[in-house]
Design a protein around this ligand. Structure first.
Ligand SMILES: Cc1cn([C@H]2C[C@H](O)[C@@H](COP(=O)(O)OP(=O)(O)O[C@H]3O[C@H](CO)[C@@H](O)[C@H](O)[C@H]3O)O2)c(=O)[nH]c1=O
Length: 534
């Protein structure tokens, strides 16, 4: 059992883990609960990549507590520190996908830079309130990436002394957060330790990253995108090996130091992809579209794509006695098997939009970069997959009427409305057209007045891609309509007085203490829109 220091106020160690519902964070929570006597407080905002299902089986444990919230929320962090008196804070909370950072750098700066700065501020104040012994025991472990060092040529390795040369908005934001963690040690004495790891893979990884994306596409017979020439090299680290390395850093790492953590498993991307295809074919011999390698497509390269990462992990090996234990061949097999056996987890985390390609940029009318819009070349009238319409039944008696809307049996249990708003729209006015990247809308059109709803399917993966439809809902046709992620929609008040529309999106946004922007892609200026809104 790894021994983690605890504070004098607690009998056993308490760890505040941020971002513990994400991929590496959730694996770390699991490893901590399985291999130490520590109690975990998991602070996670539950953005698109955080999934409470990853830790559902641990919820009953009296050594585990989940708190939904933002590392940038100083009041919340302060109260958690005061209440739980942790002996360490381990910061996993971050936006982590390079492609997304190309489309929307702001989210990365907000969470990774501003969020880490606020977290450090609170930890500093808490640390100063501790006794000298407890101050010595305390650690702030900042979990970071080898991408801060930039790109290697054919030779050489990143060491802890390599120069910082980040190339993407993601790596630049992580570099900034590393500098802040370092500065808090140098300036204020906070015992921070930084770890920089290579590419992690394994169970519970959100399927936008190479390994889970290729695995799922191979299983489902979808095209497998390989960026550029496929010869970029990454060093692959099985996630539980990484978690054990972090435990060593927590237990024995020296304040103010940096530890590089790598898997000793350099691979060209194309070789990774081919290995996954072979494992999928072997584990699923009856797939109709096999062999999976024929799904491989070389696609436009990622802008600023780093050529090679490779880690020299000799410091953590010699100083803390850690080494990776899972070979790439074992790890890939275990990972593919896990994705095959965990359909429920996948269903709760993935939809078509979350798996669509990002990272090629795409200017919007307001000058901000957004995910590329995906308009079909041609549209034809027809139904749209996933759009559900429910006539609203009115049950009347002398007191008035009552209606039922979006009953449980109408909805995907993992995809229910969680927020509600009403909009009033004046006659002749159109709202939209737009689509959502991560959000389904649950509209109810009940009047007064009528609304024309415009829909078109711009999801390349959809069986009804390129279909469009209009329908009038409202006073003359009261109905509830579920509009899935990625379906473009607009509605116009076609009556002669103002009318009301209710919407219950399945995702919280822009609330108090939440930083998510509304995830819209606007289509106003799209010249090939199937409908000119008349
Ligand atoms: C998603 C995707 C990726 N790729 C390529 C781009 C990269 O060279 C390689 C791995 O891509 P990703 O899985 O996005 O990971 P990468 O950009 O290397 O960054 C990862 O590894 C970093 C550590 O090195 C972490 O800090 C990042 O959070 C993590 O996202 O595969 C493809 O060829 N096709 C794809 O569809």
């Amino acid at each position: 059992m790894t021994s983690i220091p605890s504070l004098s106020t607690n009998a056993s160690p308490v760890l505040l883990i941020t971002g513990g519902a994400g991929f590496i964070g959730s694996n770390f929570v699991r490893v901590v609960l399985e291999t130490t006597n520590a109690t975990v407080v998991n602070l996670d905002l539950l953005t698109y990549a955080g999934n409470p299902k990853s830790l559902q089986d641990l919820e009953a444990s009296d050594r585990y507590r989940f708190v939904q919230g933002n590392i940038g929320d100083g009041t919340l962090v302060q109260s958690l520190l005061r209440e739980h008196q942790p002996s360490a804070v381990i910061n996993f909370a971050a936006e982590s996908h390079v492609d997304r950072s190309i489309d929307c750098p702001d989210d990365f700066i907000q969470t990774n830079v501003v969020g880490t700065a606020r977290l450090l501020q609170q930890c500093q104040a808490y640390w100063e309130s501790l006794s000298q012994d407890d101050q010595r025991a305390f650690r702030f472990l900042h979990v970071s990436t080898d991408e801060v060092y930039g790109s290697l040529g054919a030779e050489g390795y990143f060491t802890e002394d390599s120069r910082y040369e980040p190339n993407s908005p993601y790596s630049a934001s992580k570099a900034a957060s590393d500098h802040l963690a370092r500065a808090y040690h140098e300036t204020f004495g906070l015992p921070t330790v930084i770890s920089n790891c290579s590419n992690n893979y394994g169970p519970y990884q959100f399927p936008e990253k190479l390994i889970p994306l290729v695995t799922l596409n191979a299983i489902e017979g979808k095209e497998i995108p390989v960026y550029g020439d496929g010869l970029n090299i990454r060093d692959w680290l099985f996630v539980t090996d990484h978690c054990h390395a972090l435990l060593r850093v927590l237990a024995g790492g020296r304040p103010g130091e940096v530890y590089n953590i790598g898997g000793d498993a350099e691979q060209k991307n194309i070789d990774v992809v081919k290995t996954i295809c072979k494992v999928v074919d072997e584990l699923c011999p009856a797939l109709p579209h096999g062999p999976s390698e024929q799904l491989i497509r070389f696609v436009k390269d990622r802008p600023g794509h780093d050529r090679r990462y490779a880690i020299d992990a000799s410091k953590i090996k010699s100083e803390l006695g850690w080494s990776p234990t899972v070979t790439f061949e074992q790890g890939i097999r275990e990972t593919v098997r896990w994705y095959l056996e965990n359909g429920d987890w996948l269903k709760s985390t993935v939809n078509d939009a979350t798996r669509s390609r990002r990272g090629l940029g795409g200017a919007s009318t307001d000058g901000a970069t957004r995910p590329q819009t995906r308009a079909a070349d041609r549209y034809t009238d027809g139904p749209i997959d996933g759009v559900v319409t429910r006539p609203i039944k009115r049950f009347s008696d002398s007191r008035g009427w009552l209606m039922e809307l979006f009953r449980e049996d109408d909805m995907d249990p993992d995809n229910r409305p969680v927020m509600a708003y009403f909009s009033q729209t004046e006659p002749g006015v159109t709202r939209g057209p737009h689509e959502h990247v991560d959000q389904a809308d649950y509209f109810a059109f009940i009047g007064p007045g009528d609304f024309k709803l415009y829909l078109w399917d711009s999801r390349p993966d959809s069986p009804t891609y390129g279909n469009c439809s209009t329908i009038v809902y409202g006073e003359s046709n009261p109905a509830g309509v579920i509009v899935p992620v990625g379906v473009v929609h607009a509605y116009k008040n076609v009556s002669d007085h103002s009318g009301w529309v209710f919407n219950g999106p399945n995702r919280l946004y822009a609330g108090r203490n939440r930083a998510e922007p509304v995830d819209e892609i606007r289509h106003e200026d799209q010249t090939n829109s199937p409908y000119k809104i008349d």
